[in-house]
Write a protein that binds this ligand. Structure first.
Ligand code: GLN
Length: 493
């Protein structure tokens, strides 16, 4: 039998449904692959029994001739930002260590209802704050990719770095991610996989540890566009428990996939040609244009004039919301409690938060509290909200001239772990191309474009109109068919 761990979502689902192998065989293969890949540090906890139980339920349904679900028999990794009933959920923080929710997030429940099983909870940047997966309390995640001729451990991107590492290493066929300002797309680009952040509101945020609520969106990470379409279909849907959830039907994205782009106009935003962007990235952008043209699309120049203000606005809005969301971790309700001898309530808050949050999280809380404070609210937070509106308006105007936008996902390929730690501003720049779509709430996807001269993956980003995930996925498929990207990292773990 072929090695089941080389299969993706669609191949597993169809193979289980067709009786080529059982869901249990699939779960056992991936459980073994996860157990043998501890060096990647992609998982915080593994849940082999969850994967086996879900698989057995699918096999039993098949025996009875019942419908197996859109993800029937597919074991996945769950970013440890989604609350899992009875399973430790930490957001990669010390403050939530040992927290076992009494509830399941809507998105993960949707996946279980569709027949998926859970291999474990994936490592991430602490509270999803970071671009390299180095801010986790549970240690760095390594990318399975290395530079040609080097043994240096590389970043899998962040914050969904456990997700990207596991999927690229083929120890999970797919994983959930969340994207606040690039955390699905940037790690997907760094590891040669696909990842889509849907329109804000498509996936429920209920049961997802909140970072910046007006930006947070869940999405799938997998090795093909088809697999992302299938998994997004299973994750999305209206949820009365999330006030910002979209009350819209979930289209059958998989069934409608169509790589023929005739009649579509693809916008190339001139402001994304930034100083410091890698030559190889610019070359892959050119290649992407040629591929989409070959698929029948017309390429047009567009302008998104407020692009350069998006990142600074994000780094005011996201920390502001984070400082408010993270106020709930006070030693009273969840996880860690540090109650020094003779301490009062305030001392307990201070001691718990000092011990329980990492440096990057503290930096965000300080910035967020500052920009929301009475004397500075108008100067920073209100200004940033105005900029956000202008960034969104740029896109609205661009939609008058094109149906989707093609841009690089990141300004560089992956970098060695440890190389940017001392320099938060350079780290923040990783998301310069990703953040505008986040601020505007638009669907955006990263698909692999090839390898750079060092042998590291590069991603191309597609940004669509609100609710138009279909065109984004279609263009992603057109790129996938032309790049033929199927390279796997050489196994060293
Ligand atoms: N890297 C960005 C940040 O640190 C985005 C994170 C995310 O999308 N969760 O804020």
């Amino acid at each position: 039998m072929t090695d089941l761990t080389n299969l993706g979502v669609k191949a597993i689902r169809d193979g289980v449904a067709g009786g080529d192998f059982t869901a249990r065989e699939v779960a056992e293969s991936f459980n073994a692959a996860v157990a043998s890949a501890a060096e990647l540090n992609a998982f915080i906890v593994t849940t082999p029994d969850h994967a086996l139980a879900a698989a057995d339920a699918v096999d039993a349904k098949r025996a009875k001739g019942e419908d197996l679900g859109a993800m029937g028999g597919v074991p996945i990794g769950m970013k440890d930002l989604f609350a899992s009933h009875g399973v430790q959920t930490t957001a990669a923080s010390h403050i939530l260590e040992g927290f076992k929710p009494e509830y399941e997030s809507t998105v993960s429940q949707n996946l279980w209802n569709a027949g998926a099983g859970m291999l474990g909870k994936l490592n991430l940047d602490q509270f999803a704050m970071g671009s390299s997966n180095e801010t986790s309390y549970f240690g760095n995640v390594a990318s399975p990719w290395r530079k040609e001729g080097s043994n240096a451990a590389m970043s899998p991107g962040g914050s969904s770095g456990g997700s990207s590492s596991a999927v690229a290493a083929r120890i999970a066929p797919a994983a959930t991610g969340t994207d606040t300002g690039g955390s699905i797309r940037q790690p997907a680009a760094f590891t040669g996989i696909c990842g889509i952040k849907p329109t804000y509101g498509r996936c429920s945020r209920w049961g997802v540890v909140a970072f910046a609520s007006s930006l947070d969106q869940a999405g799938p990470m997998a090795r093909s566009v088809e697999d992302c379409a299938i998994m997004l279909g299973a994750m999305a849907g209206f949820d009365p428990k999330d006030a910002t959830s979209l009350k819209m039907d979930v289209p059958d994205w998989e069934a409608a996939l169509n790589a023929d782009l005739k009649g579509k106009k693809v916008g190339i935003p001139k402001e994304y040609r930034m100083d410091g962007t890698d030559e190889a990235i610019l070359a892959s952008w050119e290649q992407g244009k040629a591929w989409l043209k070959d698929a029948g699309a017309e390429i047009v120049d567009v302008s998104l004039p407020h692009t350069k203000y998006a990142l600074p606005a994000y780094y005011i809005i996201a920390p502001a919301e984070a400082s408010s969301n993270l106020a709930r971790y006070d030693g009273v309700r969840y996880g860690l409690r540090d109650l020094p001898e003779g301490a009062g309530l305030q001392d307990m808050y201070a001691a718990t938060r000092a011990e329980g949050f990492g440096d990057e999280v503290k930096r965000r809380i300080l910035i967020g509290t500052y920009v929301l404070s009475a004397g500075f609210y108008d100067a920073y937070y209100n200004q940033a909200q105005k900029v956000r509106a202008l960034v969104a308006r740029d896109f609205e105007q661009a939609w008058g001239e094109c149906d989707l936008i093609l841009a690089p996902t990141t300004p560089t390929a992956s970098f060695p772990l440890g190389s940017l730690n001392e320099d938060p501003l350079t780290m923040y720049l990783n998301d310069v191309f990703a953040v505008p779509a986040s601020l505007a709430g638009l669907p955006a996807m990263s698909v692999p474009a090839g390898l750079n001269p060092d042998g590291l993956p590069l991603g191309l980003q597609l940004v669509g109109k609100p609710f138009d995930e279909q065109t984004v996925l279609d263009a992603g498929l057109a790129i996938q068919q032309r790049s033929g990207f199927e390279q796997a990292p050489e196994k060293w773990w």
